[in-house]
Design a protein around this ligand. Sequence first.
Ligand code: SF4
Length: 105
Amino acid sequence: MQSRRRFIRTVSLTGAALLVAGPARAADAPMVDEKDPTAVALGYVSDTTKANQTKYPNHTPAQQCNNCALYQGKAGVATGAGPCPLYAGKQVAAKGWCSAYAKRG
Ligand code: SF4
């Protein structure tokens, strides 16, 4: 019983440590490469002004990751980068864009 309790405590402490470490890890994640297959498929660019306007006629330069509903970095801050669930384990540029853009409500 004693070892079971210790096991449970260890597991919950480890879980808590992982939760604390999570955001720091996301901040250290590498940037999405524009040549990454998912990035190519979605037309991701690290600079929204470089988006393929012919292929994505609804794109406007005002559309940026930092005002996209999926962006997990600091909303409205046009510098830096943050995670996006479409590119697991990577970060997208705050000024980036891709065709999955959805205006933040
Ligand atoms: S879904 Fe939104 S936050 Fe993610 S890369 Fe595309 S525009 Fe940026």
